[in-house]
Design a protein around this ligand. Structure first.
Ligand SMILES: Nc1ncnc2c1ncn2[C@@H]1O[C@H](COP(=O)(O)OP(=O)(O)OP(=O)(O)O)[C@@H](O)[C@H]1O
Ligand SMILES: O=C(O)c1ccc[n+]([C@@H]2O[C@H](COP(=O)([O-])O)[C@@H](O)[C@H]2O)c1
Length: 224
């Protein structure tokens, strides 16, 4: 069963050996230009070939009551991404998990010659110690954390950053992260985007005006 799942749910090009792919897991509720900006920033600083947006069926640590459906969020994400090197995937819905440790295990089993890097904002580093199997995640894949003021100090003082402190690389080594044997992580500064999905949601969970140019808005009408 692995092959059909792979072709239908992974945006893997035919010749993928040696590719360096960043994984940006997210709720994307809704997606916004910060996701795009950070993907392009990470692609450049980490010398990645692509970034995949993995639209979660639901973050295990977040209340899902205000969460739009996965396919609605994925469609909106595609409209925001608008870049040939950013691919949007609902892989976790297909393989039936919400846990990053499973997703990374799956991808490593099915794409043995791809070098994956897990990408997350500093808000997620601040609570990374609460993720299922976070030590295993760090042992399986290099991690890039993107600065996200005002959470920078809190994130770097948090339990996971402390536990993994000796594996942290200087920013100047970021371009080599994808080739490093994990655990290895880098904290990237230089991109400070104040945008957040929280600000783009109404109290009932519906989305405010989509965070995309006018000419994409009509594609995004199905939100409740
Ligand atoms: N402006 C930003 N700066 C840095 N990282 C970001 C930014 N926006 C999102 N991210 C990161 O992108 C990933 C997906 O984010 P997510 O879809 O949860 O958006 P969000 O804006 O953080 O949402 P919410 O406000 O609902 O928490 C996470 O790792 C998050 O930390
Ligand atoms: O695996 C976990 O325990 C876990 C706990 C919290 C968050 N995550 C993942 O972190 C990614 C970012 O989530 P979010 O909601 O901050 O966009 C997304 O892929 C989530 O599935 C994963």
């Amino acid at each position: 069963m692995a092959a059909p799942l792979l072709t239908s749910s992974l945006p893997l090009p035919l010749h993928s050996d040696g590719l360096r792919i960043g994984l940006l897991g997210g709720s994307f509720n809704p997606p916004h230009h910060g996701h795009r900006e950070l993907s392009l920033f990470a692609m450049k600083r980490l010398q990645l070939d692509q970034v995949w947006w993995l639209v979660t069926p639901g973050n295990p640590l977040k209340d899902a009551s205000a969460l739009q459906g996965q396919s609605v969020r994925a469609a909106a994400a595609r409209a925001v991404a608008r870049h040939p090197k950013i691919q949007v995937s609902c892989l976790e819905g297909v393989i039936g998990t919400r846990y990053t440790v499973d997703t990374i295990g799956y991808l490593r089993r099915h794409c043995r010659n791809v070098r994956f890097v897990w990408i997350m904002g500093a808000d997620n580093l601040a609570q990374f110690h609460r993720w299922q199997g976070f030590r295993r995640i760090a042992a399986q894949v290099p991690i890039a954390v993107i600065d996200r003021p005002p959470l920078s100090l809190r994130a770097l003082a948090a339990p996971a950053a402390q536990l993994l402190a000796r594996y942290r690389l200087p920013e100047a080594a970021a371009a080599s992260l994808a080739a490093r044997r994990p655990p290895a992580w880098v904290y990237l500064t230089g991109m400070k985007s104040p945008v957040a999905s929280t600000r783009l949601r109404n109290p009932d969970g519906s989305w405010k005006k989509p965070d995309v140019p006018e000419w994409h808005i009509e594609r995004l009408t199905p939100h409740a």
